[in-house]
Design a protein around this ligand. Sequence first.
Ligand code: GDP
Ligand code: MN
Length: 440
Amino acid sequence: RKVYHPVKYSSNLAKFGIKFNEKLMGKAKPVAQELLLDQDHDGKLDYSEIMKALEFDTSKWNVTDDEDIVEENMEFYREVYSKKITEPKFAKLTYNEVIDDKGLKRVLTKDEYPRANATLLTLVRNQELKDIVHTIRQIESTWNHNFHYPYTFISDEQFTEEFKQTVTRHASGDVFFEIIPPEIWNKPKNIDPEKEKAGIKKLEDNGVQYAALESYHNMCRFNSGYFYRLEGLKKFKWYWRFEPKTDYYCSVNYDIFKFMEDNDKTYGFTISLYDDPLTVETLWPVTMEFVKKNPQYVNPNGAFKWLTDSIQNPEYTKKANGYSTCHFWSNFEIGNMDFYRGEAYSKWMDALEENGGFYYERWGDAPVHSVGVGLFEDKSKVHWFRDIGYHHSPYKSIPNSDKCSAPEDSGYFAPKDVYSQNCLSNWVKYEMTYKELQQY
Ligand code: GDP
Ligand code: MN
């Protein structure tokens, strides 16, 4: 069996991070813990090394009949999740708690608390009212009741009075409603109908979900490149995306948006998955063409290994022409919209639009955000929120923490038949530093 395993999975690695890190770095030398805590990322590559790392090179596929890799990676995942955690260490955390004149602790009111420039946001339809309330209640009870961040509800159609009144009643912060102008939401003019039809047929013949649903393609394109350009969102810097019918299981006592701001983060996630490679067949080649013309946009400390891995699902990397399809699952994500508004992401989005893959294929906003962040941002600015317990069917991320309502589910992930779709172990093994691994 010739399988390249970048890390030999040591037992108890979550508890003895130092052993894990030695293997990650490929060195068996004992390193003082304090030195490791000071060490920044080791991935400083020059441009030719970056291009080499990103190149679609068949010799890098490790096509193998190894069936154990999925189970091994799940084993690794469970081990990581078995660690008992609380809040991030080595970080500035802000709580809504002050000592008043009489020396008593109290919480600042909605009007008193100085919030970051941020909004919770969701693209949602009137008919999803019950499911969005289900999720708002959990975000409020686990977190927002302390901070009262505003919500922005976005749709391509007018919200009903019932929708507006009901969500307003459940939100402890201000509430905004934003209707997407049709010229932003609708399919752009440059899409060739014949090519689109052929593309949809190919996806449908291969059982790709939502292939023929135009609104789904609109939604993916909107979430990839447009939500942060809406009039009503221009005033905000930070967003937390949430979706109807998702669950939040753990109490978080610190201000999550201020965590992002004060600790120099751009993007936060909980779950990482592979995608159906047919939906992104040309995303990587189109991106590589862009990158070759504009190498200045690539961050020398990007998440290149995670983006180009070919170990667990080598046939995915092959079908997606060099992209592992690993992505941050974007139905929960926290980000700095100024990153998307910046030159690198904006110019790249123009190139994606010119290509039309949102309609000829079914590029999702999750792989688009992930490739953008992975290439154009420093990976140390990406934060894995281990302390946010999250569920969007069929996947869960549940930490082993006393702050969660179902800690017995920690490390569960999903039903067995979809274990192979879990990509988180790649992020942990390839992209996280020792210090980051020790942060919880
Ligand atoms: P999935 O998670 O990929 O199966 O896709 P969802 O059906 O959950 O859609 C993703 C998000 O976009 C959800 O928040 C939906 O409410 C929203 N969404 C999808 N299609 C539309 C649409 O046509 N109009 C509006 N307003 N929201 C949509
Ligand atoms: Mn969904």
